[in-house]
Design a binder for this molecule. Structure first.
Ligand code: ARG
Length: 263
């Protein structure tokens, strides 16, 4: 019993030490370890989703690979619940959050965003036959959203009744089962998840033509990672300008909207 206890104590000390040494990434630290540690929530096709072999694939994983290559480092992908990513980046557990992060003023208080590489919108999804046809019909209705997302913030700030789910898959199931009346989710992910659902037998989903908001996507770093962000901004701008990013969207059959459209 004593042995087990001291073993547990030992392990706890190692864990504490590791946490104490974890520091936000810098250009130097990433180059020194030869690796960019990416936190992502792979429930967000076509940006990141799990492939059959358990690895994460999608537009952002390819984009991250292109950036890592330019940096001259390998990339390591950690699968993390969406609502825990930014905290983990801030405390140095991960170098960067790459998970369809929308740039917002609120998040900018805590993290440093790279330049954006695309523009997305928040779509409204309902079950086929629903009387909801647009934003105006959502008052008094229950909406599912993913915890920690801009969809959640937007709906709560605008006094919609929301039900938050850690995983996007559960937010989708909620609208399929009728637990909620609508689901608010980023447009390209909506398109892909709805298409996958509608290809199966059973209840069909519909994406409404009216979007809730538009938002640019970027990578999220800790405030201390300024030099790294500056370097990566150069790479991202280049990859947007030379058509690489548009090419990645085409590879995953998704329409591309340049971040310039927002300006
Ligand atoms: N764009 C939204 C946000 O920044 C949703 C991102 C969700 N990402 C994910 N991998 N599930 O909050």
């Amino acid at each position: 019993m004593k042995k087990v206890l001291s073993l547990v104590l030992c392990m706890m000390m190692v864990l504490f030490a590791a946490a104490a040494f974890a520091a936000p990434a810098t250009l130097e630290s990433v180059k020194a370890k030869g690796e960019l540690v990416i936190a992502t929530s792979p429930d967000f096709p076509p940006f990141e989703s799990l492939s059959g072999d358990g690895s994460v694939t999608g537009i952002e994983m390819d984009l991250a690979a292109a950036v890592a290559e330019k940096l001259g480092v390998k990339m390591k992908v950690e699968q993390v619940n969406f609502d825990s990513i930014l905290l983990g980046v801030m405390n140095g557990s991960y170098d960067v959050g790459i998970s369809g992060f929308s740039v917002t003023e609120e998040r900018k208080k805590n993290v440093l965003f790279t330049n954006p590489y695309c523009l997305a919108a928040q779509a409204i999804v309902v079950a086929e036959g629903s009387p909801i046809t647009g934003k105006a019909d959502l008052a008094d209705k229950l909406i599912s959203v993913q915890t920690g997302t801009t969809a959640e913030v937007y709906c709560m700030q605008n006094n919609y009744q929301t039900e938050s789910y850690t995983s996007n898959v559960d937010a989708e199931l909620a609208v399929l089962s009728g637990t909620v009346d609508a689901w608010v989710i980023d447009d390209l992910t909506a398109a892909e998840m709805v298409a996958t659902n509608n290809a199966k037998d059973g209840k069909k989903l519909v994406i409404l033509p009216e979007a809730m908001t538009t938002e640019p996507y970027a990578f999220a770093f800790a405030k201390e990672s300024g030099d790294l962000v500056e370097t990566i901004n150069g790479y991202i701008d280049e990859l947007v300008k030379d058509g690489t990013v548009a090419g990645l969207f085409a590879k995953y059959n998704a329409p591309y909207t340049s971040p310039e459209t927002a300006k």
